[in-house]
Design a protein around this ligand. Structure first.
Ligand SMILES: Nc1ncnc2c1ncn2[C@@H]1O[C@H](COP(=O)(O)OP(=O)(O)O)[C@@H](O)[C@H]1O
Ligand SMILES: [Mg+2]
Length: 302
């Protein structure tokens, strides 16, 4: 099969692993940069050009869309859907998961536990909103933060007010969130491919930080999930319409809480920790669904 990975950078670990896994199974693997894709609708038919070359005869796409490329990335994935070609990521899945607040709205509507969170379009009501959240500390989070870089903890009410004001001057959209203290700088990353948990790990923040991201110096280890944690992670993935997902859970006093669901989760940390060939599992899923797009669509809707 000809399988295209949409990736901005061929040398990334995840991209390299997917190329390798596909080649091991005798597929023709190609990497295209979604930001260099032009989308054409011609006589009612969708066509993709990469640079100035028309892209032909692709059996399946594996989009790896980073947060800085969401808008055009979504358009490319929607084009692939219009062409009726299998993609491991749907445009709706990408859009649902990428904006953390939108993801919470969808999850909460299905009774999936998420942290108490407030989205506000201005700083005028910050005082009331902080009081609604409860006692400090508070978490202040950019809507499309990644790698923990847009996540701050305000220890006091005054610090929170100052941060909200600064962000709102800088025209950054943010949300306010309760701090889940009992998670103690730890979270679970559950990796799901085709409605199955293929690997999971516990991540722990380095001392002095509360963010467990490996990019922030966090460490990881193997973990056993409870049945409830597994079910929550699988349901969250399903309601957001994702075939491949990295679900982050907090072990809260109220039960497993979904912190975020990653639609293009990195493979390096989780493969390194779990020793599972996750790239291989993604290719196996592609083999199962490619050329059977209708089956996949039916399944996704159910
Ligand atoms: N409300 C919270 N309570 C406790 N810890 C949190 C909370 N929000 C985030 N964290 C910690 O910060 C990390 C990064 O937050 P997250 O929302 O996943 O942003 P990012 O997308 O940048 O990784 C999480 O993995 C978790 O360890
Ligand atoms: Mg995260």
């Amino acid at each position: 099969m000809k399988i295209v990975i949409l990736s901005r950078n061929m040398s990334l670990y995840s991209t390299q692993r997917l190329i390798q896994a596909g080649r091991n199974r005798n597929h023709y693997m190609m990497v295209l940069d979604h930001m260099r894709c032009d989308l054409l609708i011609e006589k009612g038919r969708p066509v993709i050009y990469h640079d100035d070359q028309r892209v032909h005869n692709v059996s399946a796409y594996i989009p790896r869309i980073g947060s800085s490329a969401t808008i055009h990335g979504e358009a490319v994935v929607r084009h692939i859907e219009a062409m009726n070609v299998y993609s491991t990521l749907s445009a709706d899945g990408l859009i649902h998961a990428r904006n953390k607040f939108r993801a919470y709205q969808i999850l909460a509507a299905q009774n999936i536990l998420v942290p108490k969170t407030i989205l506000s379009s201005s700083s005028y009501t910050a005082d009331t909103m902080l009081h609604l959240l409860g006692e400090p500390p508070y978490i202040i989070k950019l809507l499309n933060s990644t790698h923990g870089a847009g996540v701050l903890k305000a220890e006091t009410y005054e610090m929170a007010m100052a941060m909200i004001e600064a962000f709102s001057r800088a025209k950054q959209r943010l949300m306010l969130q309760e701090y889940v203290e009992e998670s103690a700088g730890e979270d679970l990353r559950v990796f799901i491919v085709d409605q199955k948990i293929v690997a999971c790990m516990k991540r722990k923040a380095q001392s002095g930080d509360f963010r467990s991201n490996l990019h922030r110096g966090g460490t990881s280890e193997l973990v056993n999930l409870t049945r409830e944690e597994s079910q929550v992670a699988l349901r969250a993935t399903r309601v957001l319409g994702l075939h491949v997902a990295g679900v982050d859970l907090l072990r809260s006093r109220r039960g497993p809480m979904v912190l975020e669901v990653n639609a293009s989760p990195g493979l390096e940390g989780i493969e390194g920790t779990s020793r599972v060939d996750i790239a291989g599992k993604v290719i196996e899923m592609v083999e199962k669904y490619a050329n059977k797009t209708k089956t996949w669509k039916r399944k996704q809707l159910s």
